[in-house]
Write a protein that binds this ligand. Structure first.
Ligand code: GLA
Length: 352
C-alpha cells in the first residue's frame, strides 16, 4: 500500500493518501490529515460501484472547511456546554467554537492535524493505523493523549474502525468518525428518501444550543421514532420543537442494545431503495448522533465541483452522549492514566 501525495500543508508538511481495496471491488481512500476518509466506494444491487461519502477534491477543502467531512473528530465528538467541565475538583475551559459551546474538539481538533500513518499487518485484510499525540492542554483539555485509529476493509465489505487511546492525566475522550453518507452515490441529490432504522427507544433532547437538557425521553409518538425503518424526509419538517432546534435531525439516540464497554451491538441501518445499498452500523458505544446534514448550505464545493446543498449527506456518529462530562447520569467519558479508551465501530455494506 504505497501512499501518494494528496497535498502540502502551509508549513511544508506533506499530506499522503492511501488506498485500501478488497478483492470484491470495494475501495476506500484515506489521508493522514484528520485520519480522513476521502472516498468509500461500494457496489449497488447491480454491482455498480460508487463513492458514497462526501468530501473534497483537494487538501484545501479539508484545511479550510468546517463540515468535518470524513474525519475523525475529537478529543470530544459533539458538544460540551459552555466548553466547561470539572474533573477531580479542577475546572477546565475548552475552546468555544460553536457559539458559547465546545464542538468536536475545538478550533484545531483531531480533524485538523496531521496523523502518523502505518500500514497495519496481521489481520489479512487491508488496514491502516493512524496515530496522533495530543499535547497536554491542547484546546484546553488536560493530559497528553495518544489516540490510534485503525481502518480495516474486510472481504465482506465492512469498514471496521478501531480506536485506542491512553492519557498521562485524568481527562475525557470521546472520538468518533464524521463521514457523511449518501448511499445513492449522487451528491446532487438529498438523503431524504433513505430509510433509517435506529436501535433506540429513547433520545437525549437538547436546548437551543444543541446541548442535552439531561433528560432521556421516549421516541414513541415523535418524529424521532426510527425503531422501524422510516424515510428520513417523511417527518423531518414536522412541527416538533426538537426538530426546529436542530434544523432537522441532530440528536443523540440512546442505543437499546448497549450492555457495556467492548460489547459490539447493532446500532442502525441505512437503506437507499433506489440503489439497494444497505449500510449497517454496529458499535460498542452507548449512543449515536444522527445528523441529517442540516448545516450544509451549498457553500462547500465538494468532489467533482459539486456544491453540497442542505441534506446531501448524513452522519451516524457513535459516541458517549453529548455533554456527558456535565451530566452525571450519562455514560462517562472520563479516561484515567493506566486505562485504555477503546471503541470499535463497523460500517457493513450489502445490498437488498
Ligand atoms: C455534528 C453536530 C452537528 C454539526 C455537525 C458538523 O454532527 O451534531 O450539529 O455541528 O457535526 O457540521
Amino acid at each position: 500500500m504505497e501512499p501518494t501525495t494528496f497535498g502540502v500543508l502551509a508549513d511544508g508538511r506533506e499530506v499522503r493518501q492511501y488506498v485500501l481495496a478488497n478483492s470484491t471491488g470495494m475501495t476506500m481512500q484515506v489521508i493522514d490529515y484528520g485520519a480522513t476518509i476521502t472516498s468509500l466506494s461500494v457496489p449497488d444491487r447491480n454491482g455498480n460501484i460508487r463513492d458514497v461519502v462526501l468530501g473534497y477534491d483537494s487538501l484545501d477543502g479539508y484545511v479550510n472547511g468546517s463540515a468535518y467531512f470524513g474525519a475523525v473528530v475529537g478529543r470530544y465528538g459533539n458538544r460540551i456546554g459552555k466548553g466547561r467541565f470539572t474533573l477531580d475538583g479542577s475546572e477546565y475551559r475548552l475552546t468555544a467554537n460553536d457559539g458559547e459551546n465546545h464542538l468536536h474538539g475545538g478550533k484545531v481538533g483531531f480533524n485538523k492535524v496531521l496523523w502518523d500513518a502505518a500500514v497495519a499487518e496481521g489481520s489479512g485484510s487491508p488496514a491502516i493505523r493512524f496515530t496522533y499525540t495530543s499535547p497536554d492542554g491542547e484546546e484546553g483539555y488536560p493530559g497528553t493523549v495518544t489516540l490510534k485509529v485503525t481502518y480495516t476493509l474486510t472481504e465482506d465489505n465492512a469498514l471496521r474502525v478501531e480506536y485506542e487511546g491512553v492519557t498521562d492525566r485524568t481527562t475525557i475522550l470521546n472520538p468518533t468518525q464524521h463521514s457523511y453518507f449518501n448511499l445513492t452515490g449522487n451528491f446532487n441529490g438529498k438523503i431524504l428518501d433513505h430509510l433509517l432504522m435506529i436501535e433506540a427507544d429513547s433520545y437525549t433532547p437538547v436546548d437551543a444550543g444543541l446541548i442535552p437538557t439531561g433528560d432521556v425521553l421516549p421516541v414513541e409518538g415523535t418524529p424521532l421514532d426510527f425503531r422501524a425503518p422510516r424515510a428520513i424526509g417523511e417527518r423531518i419538517e414536522d412541527a416538533f420543537g426538537q426538530l426546529a432546534l436542530g434544523g432537522g435531525y441532530d440528536h443523540n439516540w440512546v442505543l437499546r442494545n448497549y450492555t457495556g464497554p467492548g460489547e459490539i451491538h447493532k446500532a442502525a441501518e441505512l437503506y437507499d431503495p433506489e440503489s439497494g445499498r444497505l449500510m449497517t452500523v454496529s458499535t460498542d458505544q452507548p449512543g449515536i448522533q444522527f445528523y441529517s446534514g442540516n448545516f450544509l448550505d451549498g457553500t462547500a464545493k465538494g468532489k467533482n465541483g459539486i456544491a453540497y446543498g442542505r441534506r446531501t449527506g448524513l452522519c451516524l456518529e457513535t459516541q458517549v452522549f453529548p455533554d456527558s462530562p456535565n451530566k452525571p447520569d450519562f455514560p462517562s467519558a472520563t479516561l484515567k492514566p493506566g486505562q485504555a479508551y477503546r471503541q470499535t465501530t463497523i460500517y457493513q455494506f450489502s445490498t437488498r
